[in-house]
Ligand binder design. Sequence first.
Ligand code: SF4
Length: 265
Amino acid sequence: MTAIELNARPHKDYSLHLQEAQHVLAQAAAQYAGADGDAARVTQASSLGAEDMVISHIINRLQLDIGIFVLETGRLHKETLDLLDQFKADSRAPVTVYKPVEEAVVQFVAKEGLDAMYKSIDLRKACCNIRKMEPLERALKGKEAWITGLRREQSGARAEVPLVDTSEPRVKINPLANWTWGDVWHYIKESKLAYNPLHDAFFPSIGCEPCTRAISMGEDFRSGRWWWEDEAAKECGLHVKHADGSEASPVSALPVSALAPKASV
Ligand code: SF4
């Protein structure tokens, strides 16, 4: 059974959800348009997961002036890399791929091992910092706002996600905040969108290969990510919130020592 067959069941308010997402994205493109031919001051962060494919499709369909970036961590599944090639070829909006600093990866792997993420939460976060957070910082440089595929339904930690989050200096726009998983797959079905085949193998949330697994019926959407850790630790830093609700800035969320390439092992 495919992910479409299993999930494509729109909410009764699907039309409103779609209108809302289109409106939020069009507003973002207008509000953060670049001046004098400069790139827009807003960008979409895409993991190439189902939600992000929907958002990119709306951006392309409405011909919005919003670029898209993908973090290629060096540990993605082959299925994701294949989809990335196809996505880059098909997208009207420019797609930029950001990779980690090679020297930082080499030094970290030499010291801690390729699969250090299983040894401790600190090492897992250090790996995320090198492979995701530092490239994210580069991707967001000069941007006043970014667009994500966060939905309230994804996990308890995301239950309060707003459409537009202004709690940090860099605004986070979540056009699918109110969408259900059924809405996402209905859109993919109706629009005949390409999607990651791992979704057909019960991977609702797809990240790096060592840190993502299939889930069972009834499990939380995010339970396939860093499944060996407690729920509270399960964000890579991209969407970390402090206890008071404010958001951790990407790189400062993790130890500085994990960031800088070291001179020697
Ligand atoms: S998700 Fe896993 S492999 Fe990917 S950067 Fe984080 S710890 Fe490393």
